[in-house]
Design a protein around this ligand. Structure first.
Ligand code: CDT
Length: 303
């Protein structure tokens, strides 16, 4: 057995006018609790430092830029890195990233993995951007990720850390089997995932009523079919009037939920993950080398 103690640090709403320093203070409180409960890794939500701003049309560029980080760590996020190094705990953080190249601005929905020395060891930029690039008439809340972010350009990397092979993705990525499979083919053992999911994200009542079910369905299937642990962390609760699902969960390679949040606010859940557990699946039913038939899958990448 190779045990890794992990935590999901679910966050309740972050208000539009809540300063980064306040969100970071909340995150440090959660990090300390995670560490006190034995965790070596803590996973925060997607866009953890700010409110989920893609719900609004923001035409003013400086107003939009204010939601983005131009450096990581920056002045306000540095305390998180310092506390991680002090406690010797690794963390995953989702945030909006602004890269300036000459006069051009490139914006990504990004996550990083910071090791227990407070050093950024891996970066991921969200590949599956949901929603629209133009505002939709008749909606109380927009979902304008396609307007504000570029498609991630870093693929789905995996890397060695915390005694295992780690990977990451962000929110909508979790609904796509390809996300897990690309990491599964690289032998991933634990995937970190942050999300912001408005309950009313499709506008179809019958579908939206199943938002919690579809969340867990996607993560549990991805974990099982790729023999990996998944640590899925929500920003939940009612944020600026938008109701977001919570139900953060730690899912085993069996597909079973081994820990789940019971509130919609700031809450730490933990689990002791045996990174060897995936072998039972990887060496039997999901022995990719023996059982996959890639010659029959061409359509997946052709269209
Ligand atoms: N943040 C994010 O990706 N949210 C989406 C819901 C919105 S779809 C318009 C999700 O898949 O949870």
């Amino acid at each position: 057995s190779r045990y890794l103690d992990v935590a999901a640090a679910q966050m309740g709403p972050v208000a539009r006018d809540e300063p980064r320093s306040s969100a970071v203070r909340r995150m440090i409180t959660l990090m300390r609790e995670a560490r006190a409960r034995g965790a070596d890794l803590v996973v925060y939500p997607e866009l953890a430092l700010t409110t989920f701003f893609p719900r609004w049309v923001i035409d003013d560029e400086s107003e939009l830029d204010a939601f983005f980080e131009t450096e990581m760590p920056g002045r306000e996020t540095a305390p998180l890195f310092e506390e991680s190094a002090r406690l010797g705990i690794s963390f995953y953080l989702g945030y909006a990233e602004l890269v300036r190249e000459g006069s051009e601005k490139r914006r990504f929905n990004t996550s990083i993995f910071v090791d227990g020395t407070g050093t950024i060891a891996a970066k991921y930029r969200k590949v599956h951007l949901p929603g629209h690039d133009e505002p939709q008439a008749g909606r109380t809340f927009q979902h304008l990720e396609k307007r504000y972010f570029r498609t991630g350009d870093l693929g789905f990397p995996v890397w060695h850390a915390c005694g295992g092979l780690m990977g990451m993705c962000l929110c909508n990525d979790r609904r796509w089997p390809e996300t897990y499979r690309v990491m599964g083919l690289q032998g991933v053992e634990l995937i970190m995932l942050g999300y912001n999911t408005p309950v009313h994200h499709t506008g179809y009542e019958a579908v939206d009523a199943l938002a919690g079910f579809h969340n867990h369905l996607s993560v549990q299937a991805g974990a099982y079919q790729n023999a990996t642990w998944v640590v899925a962390t929500a920003k939940g609760g009612t944020e600026e009037g938008s109701e977001m699902i919570a139900q953060s969960a730690i899912v085993a390679p069996s597909g079973e939920i081994v820990a789940m949040a019971s509130t919609r606010g700031d809450e730490v859940i933990t689990a002791r993950c045996d990174l060897d557990l995936g072998r039972f699946y990887r060496e039997t039913i999901f022995d990719f080398e023996r059982h996959r038939e890639p010659s029959a899958y061409g359509l997946i990448v052709e269209r």
